[in-house]
Design a protein. Structure first.
Length: 234
């Protein structure tokens, strides 16, 4: 059975509450609420090094990204960290019996430690943080990696203008309804989006470089989503 660790001094915030409230319906709606679902997660997992053995998943939620990592790396050690207990309960059920998985209930903005991971990954989580906290997470992710390890952030992004941002949201609504998302699923997603603090591609690449990822790059971008990758080279 996968282990669930409880970190002390957990802080409760609105983002955690919103995601906890929608935890039970989160996974079934993913493919309908992310128009480029397969390409988005596929790009993230494809960026991991062939030698990947130890992975830290930040804001792991229900363990969806880690599940894709597990498909590619059946024997890898997966450390999933999230501040929502209901979300991690979904991950615990998903990885029941997986001996190489640890779930940690913790605020990853402060809980990341230097551990020599081959990969630090995250999907649709860091954009909920203020920009200053994003920069801190990028820096902490860098220190958590072994030399040659990669940071992969599959993320929702802010468009470079107000008009483009409004158009991107309208396009998203059109696409997800065409994919069959129900109004309840869309409503839950819009509730979670009230906690969005997205940043542009250019800003995030700059912050990654400042954190130490000299080769920071965006390897996938479609609509409101992008996948960022950076390598710890020293």
């Amino acid at each position: 059975m996968c282990a669930l660790l409880n970190a002390c001094c957990m802080s409760t915030n609105r983002t955690e509450a919103v995601f906890s409230a929608t935890a039970s319906t989160y996974d079934p709606a993913r493919a309908k609420l992310i128009p480029c679902f397969a390409a988005f997660y596929g790009a993230a997992v494809s960026a991991l090094p062939e030698h990947t053995e130890h992975v830290l998943d930040l804001g792991a939620g229900t363990g969806l990204l880690s599940a894709f990592v597990r498909q590619r790396f059946p024997d890898a050690y997966l450390h999933m960290m999230d501040s929502s207990a209901p979300m991690l309960e979904q991950a615990r059920a998903r990885f029941e019996g997986d001996q190489e998985t640890v779930l940690e209930l913790a605020d990853y903005t402060t809980a990341i430690k230097p551990r020599g991971y081959d990969a630090v990954v995250s999907a649709l989580s860091i954009h909920h943080l203020p920009d200053s906290a994003k920069r801190e997470v990028f820096a902490r992710a860098f220190t958590a990696l072994t030399r040659g390890g990669v940071f992969v952030n599959a993320e929702q992004i802010l468009q470079p203008s107000v008009d483009l941002e409004a158009q991107a949201k309208e396009d998203w609504l059109t696409e997800v309804r065409a994919l069959g998302a129900t109004e309840e699923q869309i409503s839950d997603s819009l509730l979670r989006q009230t906690e969005d603090r997205c940043a542009t591609v250019d800003d995030q690449l700059e912050w990654m470089r400042v954190a130490g990822f000299a080769d920071a790059r965006c390897i996938f971008q479609q609509g409101r989503l992008a996948v960022f990758v950076g390598t710890r080279s020293s």
